[in-house]
Design a protein around this ligand. Structure first.
Ligand SMILES: *Cc1c(COP(=O)(O)O)cnc(C)c1O
Length: 244
């Protein structure tokens, strides 16, 4: 596939995803501006991320530190003028915190006090090294299935973790993220998530983001209040294959 063909394919896919989001917003009686789109570029090359930014898509997401750091660097070289906003949405080990704060503007997968502490320590070190300033935006990843292998904080413990993060001055709590459980209708799971997020906002009004919905389930997520959909396959194609 030539660059132009790839660009056209991604442009068509982006139009189709935009149309789905717009329709879901209308159906939910919500404004399109309430929902941001993150393009999940994991497993796809930096050239695809660069093409997405050419098409106006500046919210990009990755799930592995080892892949994302070099890719963000490559995109910087390919498109020196643009500043995409990079989001970490995958499971994160504490020993990767120092590396993640070198490329991520936002970490959506914070699911423990220990990880929050590691990110805060990494941010302080990055400040001292002159690598970045300000705060790191974070979302708490909530578990909708209580499956420890998939990560996430159980819904009853969201409040404790939010209280802890609020005490770390280099992190800025922005909201909650979740992935729908496997093999279950996503709508009731997103409804549970929306309830827990709304409870959390009573003490943490700043936690206003609800990151939910992927290629297969963005409509029920938007119906249940998602403010951020994370879409990979529907934009870039099946992972491991070259085209959408
Ligand atoms: C891969 C991934 C996505 C995107 O999934 P698609 O089904 O390809 O849209 C969204 N969120 C997370 C956390 C992911 O790891």
């Amino acid at each position: 596939m030539t660059d132009q063909q790839r660009r056209d394919a991604i442009a068509r896919a982006l139009d189709a995803v935009e149309a789905r989001i717009a329709k879901a917003c209308v159906a939910a009686g919500r404004a399109r501006s309430e929902v941001r789109l993150l393009a999940v570029t994991k497993t796809f090359p930096a050239s695809d991320a660069a093409l997405l930014t050419d098409l106006g898509q500046t919210g990009l997401a990755e799930n592995r530190d080892q892949e994302a750091g070099p890719k963000a660097g490559e995109v910087r070289l390919l498109r020196p003028g643009v500043q995409p906003r990079w989001h970490m949405v995958g499971r994160l080990q504490r020993n990767k915190a120092r590396s993640v704060v070198r490329w991520a503007d936002e970490v959506q997968s914070v699911d423990s006090v220990r990880l929050a502490d590691a990110l805060a320590k990494a941010m302080s070190a990055a400040h001292e090294a002159g690598e970045r300033s300000g705060t790191l935006d974070v979302l708490i990843q909530a578990s909708l299935d209580d499956d420890p292998s998939r990560g996430g904080c159980s819904l009853p413990r969201l409040g404790e973790l939010a209280d802890h993060i609020s005490g770390l001055d280099v992190l800025r709590l922005r909201g909650v993220m979740a992935v729908a459980p496997l093999g279950e209708d996503p709508a009731p799971a997103f409804a549970r998530l929306a309830g827990a997020a709304s409870d959390l906002r009573r003490n943490h009004p700043e936690a206003s983001e609800l990151s939910a919905g992927m290629s297969a389930d963005l409509e029920p997520a938007i119906a249940h209040g998602s403010t951020c959909v994370r879409v990979g396959t529907a934009l870039l194609g099946a992972r491991g294959l070259a085209s959408p």
